[in-house]
Design a protein around this ligand. Structure first.
Ligand code: HEM
Length: 427
């Protein structure tokens, strides 16, 4: 098996911003075509040059696209070879983003990653998470109360974005007052990650945005110092007092971790919740099955929503050493080269999932890679996200069994995540 040269590849160009604007079925068909190739296709950055009006040269830079389930799993579970350190988002984030998020664990390798993850995992203990479950129920009940009372039109802003945001703020012990400004800044910061206009979207984020994010991190660092003096039972206290290998989080690490939780935990869950409502509306037989026995089907429905919608499309890794993907006869990847793990494509791999495009809440087993391919970076919030989705859908469908989306979701074209701008709904 060898790398497929761009010239031999089918007419699918993942570096072309236009590709990410295609309707979902067209993109799914293109990935199916890539999965049938003998090895990963190399995606050069030529198209970006062309899009910018610069002359297209042979690609000096680019990445190997890992589109099969087995390849994404191998890269995820071989972290000594496939490094996260040089950064995991494509296109590379602007310098200001790296400055603010650079210390966060998603971009670190061992031993620093393992050390940080051990500290923050302490704060995700079963005791803390079980307290969070009660909180999720309270937040979900309040949101459904408000839906009944105010009959909002958009499911995303009124429910899907609010739930994970309020839950994380409650976990971190963030006071009410600055929450609205923080949510605005998170939306602003993440809006530009991997948006499918790579050049135009390398927007110079106004100083205002940078200052607001820095202020938010400063605020969390201050809260951390206060909690270290007078611990309560929130997540910040757990993080600043947990002493692992003689280490606890510094103020800067705490700020970066909070930003990561917001970006990783709010957008993803919000998009999953919105896609889920739409999928259940578009598949009435699956919806009837779920509503007929929530206890039995809710867990399966949530995982199938995450598989089918795959909120995070891709993360990148960089080769530490030469490596043959798929065994001794596999594709030779060279030290320093980059690979991009396409989770959505892995989740439609027909060698793993029967009828992969079907939405089937009874799919068992369902070894989807929506939360990552396993290994040390596997989503820290997977349990929390599943819990949030289960609690919200239970509350919604128990109290408003007619709740359904109206029309399709308004999608934001992006190569990074399957983002829903808005979704009209009724009940
Ligand atoms: C449906 C919702 C979610 C999806 C689809 C999702 C997906 C992912 C994916 C694909 C990764 C990368 C895994 C890898 O590289 O192997 C990841 C990492 C991560 N996620 Fe999530 N996530 C979700 C919700 C959450 C929530 C609610 C939180 C926290 C409150 C969270 C926190 C994190 C963190 C901290 C990481 C980095 C872990 C590390 O680098 O060690 N995620 N997530």
């Amino acid at each position: 098996m060898g790398t497929v040269a761009a010239s031999d590849a089918p007419a699918v160009d993942l570096a072309d911003p236009g590709f990410w604007q295609l309707p979902a079925p067209a993109r799914a068909a293109a990935f199916a075509e890539l999965r049938r190739l003998p090895g990963p296709v190399f995606v050069g950055e030529r198209s970006e040059a062309r899009a910018a009006g610069r002359p297209a040269k042979a690609p000096a830079k680019g990445y190997h696209a890992l589109v099969r389930h087995a390849d994404v799993v191998e890269a995820s579970r071989t972290p000594a070879v496939f490094l996260s350190g040089p950064g995991v988002t494509t296109p590379e984030p602007a310098r200001w983003v790296r400055l603010l998020f650079g210390d966060s664990m998603v971009n670190l390798d061992d031993p620093r990653h393992a050390q940080l993850r051990r500290i923050v995992s302490r704060a995700f203990t079963p005791r803390l998470i079980s307290r969070v479950e009660d909180d999720i129920r309270r937040v979900a009940a309040r949101l459904v109360d408000r839906v009944e009372r105010e009959r909002p039109e958009d499911f995303v802003t009124s429910v899907a974005a609010e739930l994970p945001f309020q839950v994380i703020c409650n976990m971190m012990g963030i006071p009410e007052e600055p929450r609205r400004a923080i949510l605005d800044q998170v939306n602003h910061a993440s809006e530009h990650t991997g948006v499918a206009r790579p050049l135009r979207s390398r927007i110079r984020v106004p100083g205002r945005g940078l200052r607001a994010l820095a202020r938010m991190q400063g605020m969390v660092a201050d809260l951390g110092r206060e909690r270290r003096r007078r611990p309560t039972d929130d997540l910040i206290s757990a993080l600043v007092t947990a002493d692992v290998d003689g280490r606890r989080l510094t103020g800067r690490e705490l700020g970066a971790f909070f930003s990561l939780l917001l970006v990783a935990g709010v957008e993803t869950t919000r998009n999953a919740l919105a896609h889920g409502l739409h999928l259940l509306t578009a598949h009435p037989e699956q919806r009837a099955l779920l509503l007929g026995d929530l206890d039995r089907h809710l867990g399966g429905a949530v995982d199938e929503i995450v598989r089918h919608s795959t909120p995070i499309i891709q993360f990148r890794r960089t080769l530490a050493v030469d490596h043959r993907l798929g065994g001794p006869e596999g594709t030779l990847l060279r030290a320093g080269e980059k690979v991009v793990l396409f989770f959505g494509s892995a989740n439609r791999d027909e060698t793993v999932f029967t009828d992969p495009d079907a939405f089937d809440i009874t799919r068992t087993p369902n070894p989807h890679l929506g939360f990552g391919g396993g290994g040390p970076h596997y989503c820290l919030g997977a349990h929390l996200a599943r819990q949030e989705m289960k609690v919200l859908y239970r509350e919604l469908f128990t109290r408003l069994p007619e709740a359904r989306s109206l029309g399709g979701p308004d999608l934001v074209p992006s190569s990074f995540d399957h983002r829903v701008r808005s979704l009209r709904f009724t009940f």
